[in-house]
Design a protein around this ligand. Structure first.
Ligand SMILES: *Cc1c(COP(=O)(O)O)cnc(C)c1O
Length: 366
C-alpha cells in the first residue's frame, strides 16, 4: 500500500511555479514570489543579508523579539542601524516613523514586523508604508504571523520584501516560507557585492537560476512534502475564503480579550488598546504575584491540547499567550483556554467569574 508521505515523486518545476503563483495571488502581488525551502527565518535572514550592507542606514522597528534579531543581522551586514523600540504593550505609529526620517533623512531601509505572535501586537503597515515610500527607502516586512489572520498587501502598501510562513494562521507546515520581492529590491541586491551568492541563503540565486530562466528548471531538489502541504493550505484558504479565515482570527482575538477581562482575578489584556492587538494571538498579563509560566503549566495539565504558552525569555513571568491561530481560531479553543486559565486562577485562591467570561467571549464573537 502506498504510504501517504513516503516514496513521493519529485515535484515538477511547473508544479513548483504554480504554488508560487498561488501564494502571489493570496498576497495580491504582481511582484516575484520566491518560495524558500526552509522555515521563515531563511527568507527573513536571506533578504536582510541580500539588501543591506555597509552603505545602508536601516531603521529597525522593535515591537517584539524578532525586531531584535533583525537588528543583529543588519549590524552584522555592516549597516548603520537606528533602532526604534516601542513597549511590547503597544504598536508603533506612522508618526514615529515620520519622526525617525526627519531626524535621520539618510535612512534607506526600514525593517518592521507586521504582527507579533510573541507579544500580541500588530502594526499599521499601510500607514507606515506611505511614509517609507515618500522617503524612497526599501521596506522589509515580516508578515509570518499576520498572513491569514489579517490582510497582507505588499503591493498596495509598498512593501519591497514581504516574508510569510505557513505555520501560523495559514495552518500549514513550518518548513516552507516565501518572500515577495519588488524590482527595487532586486536592484538593491544586485548592486550589493556582499549579498549571498551560491548559498542556501541567496535570493539572487533563485532570481538568476530560476526566475530569469522562466522557472523551467529547479536549482535543487524540491522539498515536495512541504510544497504539497503549502499548496494544500493555500487551497483551503481559497476554499474557505480569505475573508472568512481572517474574520475567524479577528473573532478569536476579540473573544479572548473580552473573556479574559470578564474573567477577573487580576488577568488583563497585555496589549492596552484593542486596535493594537493582533488577530493571530492574544497576550494576557498575569495577575500580580502569579507567575505566568506556572499558571499556563497548570492549565495545560488539564488539557495539553490547549493553545496556551507563556511568553518567551523574561516575559515568561508575566505574559500568557493564547495562540488562537490556524485550527485553533475557534470558539471552542478560546472558551476552553479561558476556562482552564480561570480554573488555574481559582486554584490560586483568586476570585474569577467563569460564567461571565464565557458570556463575554461568546458575545464578542460576532
Ligand atoms: C512565528 C514567527 C516567525 C517564525 O519564527 P519561529 O521562531 O519559527 O516561530 C517569524 N516572525 C514572526 C513575527 C513570528 O511570529
Amino acid at each position: 500500500m502506498a504510504h501517504p508521505f513516503l516514496d513521493l515523486a519529485p515535484l515538477s518545476a511547473a508544479h513548483f511555479a504554480s504554488v508560487e503563483d498561488r501564494v502571489a495571488r493570496l498576497l495580491g502581488t504582481r511582484q516575484d514570489v520566491v518560495i524558500m525551502q526552509g522555515e521563515a527565518l531563511l527568507p527573513l535572514e536571506g533578504a536582510i543579508r541580500a539588501a543591506a550592507g555597509p552603505g545602508t542606514t536601516a531603521l529597525n522597528v522593535i515591537t517584539g523579539p524578532y525586531g531584535q534579531t533583525f537588528g543583529d543581522w543588519l549590524r552584522d551586514c555592516g549597516a548603520t542601524v537606528i533602532d526604534l523600540a516601542v513597549p511590547f504593550h503597544t504598536a508603533v505609529t506612522a508618526a514615529q516613523i515620520r519622526d525617525a526620517f526627519a531626524e535621520h533623512p539618510e535612512i534607506d531601509f526600514v525593517s518592521l514586523v507586521h504582527a507579533e505572535a510573541a507579544t500580541g501586537n500588530t502594526n499599521p503597515v499601510a500607514e507606515i508604508g506611505e511614509v517609507v515610500r515618500r522617503h524612497g527607502a526599501l521596506f522589509y516586512l515580516d508578515a509570518v504571523a499576520s498572513v491569514g489572520a489579517e490582510p497582507v498587501l505588499p503591493d498596495a502598501w509598498g512593501v519591497d520584501l514581504c516574508v510569510i510562513g505557513a505555520q501560523k494562521a495559514m495552518g500549514g507546515p513550518a518548513g516552507v516560507s516565501a518572500v515577495s520581492v519588488s524590482e527595487r529590491a532586486w536592484a538593491r541586491m544586485a548592486a550589493n557585492p556582499r549579498a549571498p551568492r551560491r548559498s542556501y541563503l541567496s535570493l539572487l540565486d533563485w532570481k538568476e537560476r530560476w526566475i530569469d530562466g522562466g522557472r523551467r528548471a529547479l536549482p535543487h531538489a524540491p522539498a515536495q512534502l512541504e510544497m504539497l502541504a503549502l499548496e494544500a493550505c493555500v487551497a483551503r484558504i481559497e476554499a474557505d475564503g480569505p475573508d472568512t479565515v481572517m474574520a475567524r482570527h479577528a473573532c478569536a482575538a476579540a473573544a479572548t480579550r473580552a473573556g479574559a477581562s470578564a474573567l477577573g482575578g487580576g488577568l488583563e489584556p497585555y496589549v492596552y488598546e484593542a486596535a493594537d492587538a493582533a488577530p493571530v494571538a492574544t497576550t494576557l498579563r498575569a495577575p500580580a504575584g502569579v507567575v505566568a509560566s506556572e499558571l499556563v503549566a497548570r492549565a495545560l495539565a488539564w488539557d495539553p491540547a490547549l493553545p496556551l504558552a507563556a511568553g518567551g525569555g523574561a516575559l515568561a513571568k508575566e505574559m500568557i499567550r493564547v495562540n488562537h491561530y490556524g485550527a485553533d481560531a475557534t470558539r471552542g479553543a478560546v472558551q476552553a483556554s479561558l476556562a482552564a486559565l480561570g480554573a488555574a486562577l481559582a486554584e490560586k485562591g483568586l476570585k474569577v467569574d467563569l460564567a461571565g467570561a464565557r458570556r463575554a467571549a461568546e458575545s464578542a464573537w460576532v
